[in-house]
Design a binder for this molecule. Sequence first.
Ligand SMILES: Cc1cc2nc3c(=O)[nH]c(=O)nc-3n(C[C@H](O)[C@H](O)[C@H](O)COP(=O)(O)O)c2cc1C
Length: 408
Amino acid sequence: MDDITGRQDIDASFKLRPSDLDHEFKIAPLAWHLGNLKAAARRRLPRGIFDFIEGGSYDEDTLRANTADLSALRLRQRVLATTPSRNQHTTILGQRASMPVALAPIGFTGVIYPRGEIHAAKAAQAFGVPYSLSTLSTCSIEEVAAAVPAPFFFQFYIFRDRAVNAALLQRAEQAGCSALMVTVDTAVHPRRNRDLDNGMTVPLKIRPRNIMRILMRPRWLAGWLRHRPTLANLAMFVPGGTDLGTVSLWAERNYKGAVGVADFEWVRRNWPRKLVVKGVLDPEDARLAIKLGADAIVVSNHGGRQLDGANTTARAFPAIGDAVGDDAELLFDSGVRSGLDVLKVLGLGAKGCLLGRPFVYGLAAHGEAGVTAALRLVAQDLDQGMALTGVDDVNNLPPGLVIEPTRA
Ligand SMILES: Cc1cc2nc3c(=O)[nH]c(=O)nc-3n(C[C@H](O)[C@H](O)[C@H](O)COP(=O)(O)O)c2cc1C
């Protein structure tokens, strides 16, 4: 079916095959569980790149709390109400999705795996889940649109120059992006201790230790040398060089920082399709975003990479759900590590969630096949969780599925 953009919708015929879900876990040998993908990513990537993915800001308190607070939620087991068939199909931001999951926007994906955005977008499309492309991607909006027929979401960072912003929005619209996701929790670039230790700064600090670590990862190095990634959406705006270092420096210097009401109103006037605000943790911000025209909100602390000490999404979500009601679609982001987590966030009232690091581990380890492996694991876990909680449809949850955390 065609969607509003006129582009082909995600393959609606995608179905989890019984072999994807049965007890034999036929996804071996790539991964029996997410830990395998993470270990493989660690083996393939230089230390600085792995830490860039894995790390958070400052002491990483919020990063750790994200997963801990989701783990602490309890699911209501219902064994006598199990149904033989279970449906994971739903919609996310108007796109059909084979499970209530979309891939989160990840900047510099092509540094992690050569042309990583295209590998991830292809895996997402084949699996039937939406893909979000970061402004800071190494494959351009046009390259991803040419490689993947399904519409994707474009994550938008606002720059100081309105002409740059206008050009990016126009390109995203022309490429058929079905939703614009404006990230609002990056007013500043907080200290990330691991990146500083590893010299992963703009510009990069080349130290003998870093060079040794790169030489110890020849497969990654060969991919880098073959593809020489840059920030492909932005290179055209940068005078004096298109290499990653120059373009990253330009992006840092020209980035707008805090998103104000006037910026948001400008974006709303200039983007005709679904508008999503990513990075809200407070009911008042959620209400304001809706007042300014947001169709959906991603409740998120940026995977623990921004304000260390910020609330976790698991704790923040219920109050935002109460404040928003049916006025906007709510998506959960930060800390989702399994299909059981997906079930929990649905139980908190989310329409679906964004998956960040888990798919990145798969990508880093095995490219497109690794992303597919990560998605399969999530779908398997979700199905098993549904079986043991008596949930037959992700769109119709029984009351009290999740025992709520203390509201903070
Ligand atoms: C390596 C990396 C790069 C990221 N780049 C972006 C980005 O360019 N834009 C954005 O809005 N969020 C970015 N994020 C945040 C993710 O979109 C998402 O909010 C976060 O990963 C969710 O947490 P999780 O990894 O625990 O699932 C990035 C996250 C990581 C790990």
